[in-house]
Each structure stands twice: as C-alpha cells, then as structure tokens.
Ligand binder design. Structure first.
Ligand SMILES: *Cc1c(COP(=O)(O)O)cnc(C)c1O
Length: 395
C-alpha cells in the first residue's frame, strides 16, 4: 500500500493479501506447510527464487500480513514476527552479536530482558548497564567491541524517557546499532525510526493485541538487516508466531491508535488525581509537567502513554511493601496481574513480581522500590479507576 496513506488508514488496510475467495476480513492460514505444484516449484520456493510460502516456521501469509501492516505503521522497511516479545529480543541479540562482543543497555529495562542479557554472558556477550537518561554515561560505556545499544522508552516501570536521537547518534558514530523496545508507546504514539533508531522490537502481547489474549513479538529494521542477519536466526532457531496469533494481532492493530489515545487520556487523568493524593509520595508519568523528562517525552511521543507508576508514602522502609500490597489488595475492580496494555486496567507491585528475580542491588539501581505500584490504565471510566485506587490508599 502507498506510503502516502495516513497511519489510521494503514492500521486497517495495510498488508491485506486477498485469496481467490475475495474475503473481506484477513484469512487465517492455519497450516504448517504449503503444497507445491511440482518438484521444480518446490525447488524454486526453497531457493527463494519463487517467493511463495514454504513452511510456517518462516513463511505464512497471515503472519506476513501482520508483519507488513506493523512495518507500515512503524515506517520500517522490513519486519519479522516472533512467538513472544522475549523471543524477539533473543533473536535480535543473536542476530547482532557473537562471542567477544559487548552490549550497552539501559538499567531500566523489563526484568526478563535484563535476565536474558545476563544469560548471554555464558556465550561470551557481555552487557554493561547505564542510566537511560544520561547520554554521557552511554558514551563512556562504549568499547571498541560494542555492537548494540538497547533501551525502552518510556521504561518499565518508572516511565523514564531516553533521548532516542542522541543515543542513535552515539551508536552510529561507533558503527553499532541502537535497538528500541517500543512496547510502551507503540507506533501510534512514537516512531523510533523517525528519531534515528536502527532496530525496533515489540512485545505484541501488550498494546498491539490490546485485549490480553495472545503472546507475540516482532523485530523491525532495514531490508538488509532483516534479510541477511535476522531471518537466518529466526528461520533456523524457530521461535515462530502462530498464524492464529498473527490474525488476533492484525485485528489488534486496527484499533491500536483509538485505544492508545483513550488509554493515554485516562492515564493522564489518573496520574493527576494520584499526584494530588496525600498518601502518594511520587507519581511517574511522562505526561505530567513534574516528570523529569517531560519536555523530551513530549518531543518524542504524542502523549504520555498509558502506564502510570507511583510510590506510596511511608517513613519506615520496612513497611513500604506492606503498604503497597495493602493498596493493591483493596482494589475491587483493577486486575492484579503482570500483563499490561489491556483494555482492562491492571495493577502490579514490580519489586515482588516483574522485577522479583533481580538482586536487591539491581532493583535499587533500576529505581524499583518496595513502595512502587504500576498501573496500566485501560479504557474503563477514569473516575471508576480512581475510586478503586482510593479504597486501597485510604484504607
Ligand atoms: C512484556 C514485555 C516484554 C516481553 O514480552 P513477552 O511478549 O511477554 O515475551 C519485553 N519488553 C517490555 C517492555 C515488556 O513490557
């Protein structure tokens, strides 16, 4: 589809490949392999001279439609899908590094992402962690063997914002690649390629699905990177996206910008309410003027996003976990679950769940305190969300 179409049009129409039946909705090709007309066609498909599908580990038309639509929305030349966000990050690491290489990552990344980087230490790929918001620290951490810089912006769960343009230029100057996990904003709110990023990864499980149904992931980049570096890893290692899940995610993309817009507006309302609450010590939300990188956030993102974190007040640090848990447990409507990006508002205590496997020192460095609560705001009425939070805060 033409690049001249706007985001909202591409979200519902990009990537459609109709079959001979002329179906209106995208078809689900739930098949592991594809039949060839004869041996010559089979040989051509395997050789890649005939671009038709072969085997769903690496070629499936429904998965392809999802990739084409997401690439159109991110403004990326190419995209491949994966079974989950973590397998997207694993494939990215495998495609960009080898033993002896070095990675620089933001301290404030998803807990499992940090675990994965540390696991790659076993295979000779070392990772240094630096504060997301300090470009000088990134520059100082660079070594001659640094191949990859990695960040999430806004970060999970503190919603810190990284200067994507500045970090992309540090990567480019060193011949390295800047990878951005665009999970929190999605292309509806932020397009990292427009800011100079080289590779974008997604946990499609979150906002792209948007209704908490399936796992999925994606990696986007240049035609050359995807074809020559990423595809060989995915085709061989095989963390493939199911065609059924790809179909669910395709339908998710259709309503992505509507949901992001509404959920962001709700999040801003909840963040303002929390900021005025006497039992709340601090609110972390890029859409608030009090956020340390508010101006940078507003220059990179359309809105503050839909994730709000806050610290409950408490003088005694030993009591903070109990206070945070009590606040969460008093909620009657909000779902206590680790997922985010759902139309239903979810609430989590990061220190004992998503970041629970980190050492206390690593947690502290990531700024994840015992009193921190993360709320992923959904599409319910914001006043109902605040009423639910008030129950716990005022208990
Ligand atoms: C959830 C999440 C991931 C991992 O994605 P899965 O689909 O759960 O494997 C990666 N990055 C961020 C920011 C996430 O929130």
């Amino acid at each position: 589809m033409s690049d001249s179409f706007s985001f909202d049009t591409l979200a519902v129409r990009a990537g459609i490949e109709r079959s001979q039946f002329g179906e209106h909705a995208e078809p689900i090709y739930l098949t592991s392999s594809f039949v060839f007309e004869n041996s010559a066609q089979a040989a051509a498909r395997f050789a890649g001279t005939d671009r038709g599908p072969v085997y769903s580990r690496f070629s499936n038309p429904t998965v392809q439609m999802f990739c084409d639509r997401l690439a159109a929305l991110e403004g990326a030349p190419a995209c491949l899908a994966t079974a989950s966000g973590m397998s997207a990050i694993m494939a990215t690491l495998m495609s960009l590094t080898r033993a002896g290489d070095h990675v620089v990552s933001s301290t404030g990344v998803f807990g499992a992402t940090m675990q994965l980087f540390n696991m790659f230490g076993r295979y000779g790929v070392e990772t240094s962690y630096v504060p997301l918001t300090d470009p000088d620290a990134w520059r100082r951490a660079m070594r001659p063997n640094t191949r990859m810089l990695y960040l999430e912006s806004p970060s999970n769960p503190l919603t810190e914002v990284g200067d994507i343009r500045a970090l992309a230029s540090i990567a480019s100057d060193a011949g390295a690649v800047l990878v951005v996990d665009n999970c929190f904003c999605t292309p509806a709110l932020q397009r990292p390629f427009d800011l100079g990023a080289h590779v974008v990864v997604h946990s499609a499980t979150k906002y792209i699905d948007g209704q908490g149904r399936v796992l999925g992931g994606a990696v986007l980049g240049s035609e050359q990177y995807v074809r020559e570096q990423l595809l060989p890893v995915l085709r061989t290692a095989g963390p493939s996206l199911s065609p059924f899940n790809a179909w669910v995610l395709l339908k998710g993309l259709e309503t992505l910008s509507l949901r992001m817009e509404r959920q962001s507006a709700n999040a801003l309302e909840v963040a303002r309410w929390l900021e005025a609450h006497p039992r709340v010590a601090r609110v972390h939300y890029p859409g608030l003027a009090s956020h340390a990188q508010h101006a940078l956030a507003m220059s990179q993102q359309k809105t503050g996003g839909a994730i709000v974190s806050f610290d409950v007040k408490g003088d005694d640090p030993a009591n903070l976990r109990a206070r945070a848990w009590a606040t969460i447990d008093q909620c009657k409507m909000l779902s206590i679950t680790g997922n985010l990006g759902d139309t239903k508002t979810t609430i989590t205590h990061p220190a004992s769940t998503t970041h629970g496997r980190l050492t206390p020192e690593a947690r502290l460095a990531a700024g994840v305190g015992e009193g921190l609560i993360r709320v992923a705001v959904g599409v319910e009425s914001p006043s109902d969300i605040c009423t639910d939070l008030a129950r716990g805060l005022e208990a």
